[in-house]
Design a protein around this ligand. Structure first.
Ligand SMILES: Nc1nc2c(c(=O)[nH]1)N[C@H]1C(S)=C(S)[C@@H](COP(=O)(O)O)O[C@H]1N2
Ligand SMILES: [Mo]
Length: 171
């Protein structure tokens, strides 16, 4: 009887059953809804195979801000809201010198880690209170705090203002 139980346990473990899956989670809840952001690279807190996957509620539970900004992409003022990039990086235990930001259209930009420490950059998940669809440049739009520092309104920062973000690689 005892032998049978042990055999059953071994089969479960080998099959990657529930007993084997638990240790993968390191301080980060599993997403319950559609995954909109995957963070990989130099991170210590994961909820997948070396990656941290986030749904919208997970991102919106982090410390964030609402930025009332004028941008080159939309007319007039826009209210962009979402978690601070620094809060997302803290949640995944990131350490590195730059972020590789990947968009759904395969556009790639790099954000230096100094920007994250100095500026209230957000991973905007909402525009004027509503989640952004892909056609509205969602699900995530990187927004620099143009409202806090007018000198950020320049081409270098625009190129880092990635929309339709799907992934971040910490390098
Ligand atoms: N997803 C995505 N984000 C992007 C880009 C892109 O091609 N795809 N271009 C970037 C660059 S290089 C700049 S200068 C601005 C360009 O915005 P514009 O094409 O509306 O002038 O958006 C940035 N964000
Ligand atoms: Mo650009």
């Amino acid at each position: 009887m005892r032998h049978l139980l042990l055999t059953a346990l071994a089969v479960l473990l080998l099959a990657g059953g529930p007993a084997a899956a638990a240790p993968e989670h390191q301080g980060l809840d599993a997403p319950k809804e559609q995954v909109i952001l995957t963070v990989s690279g130099a991170i210590t807190h994961t909820n997948g195979d070396g990656v941290a996957r986030f749904d919208r509620p997970m991102l919106e539970a982090l410390a964030g801000r609402l930025a009332m900004v004028e941008t080159p992409w939309l007319e007039g003022m826009s209210a962009f809201e979402g978690p601070l990039a620094s809060a997302v990086l803290e949640a995944v235990g990131a350490s590195g010198s730059r972020l590789r930001i990947e968009a759904l259209n395969d556009y790639v930009a790099y954000i230096p880690m100094e920007d994250i420490g100095m500026l209230d950059i957000i991973l905007a998940t909402r525009l004027n209170g509503r989640p952004m669809s892909v056609r509205d440049r969602g699900p995530i739009f990187i927004i620099y705090p143009f409202d806090q520092d007018a000198s950020l309104y320049n081409e270098a920062v625009f190129s880092r203002s990635v929309w339709q973000v799907r992934g971040i690689v910490v390098e």
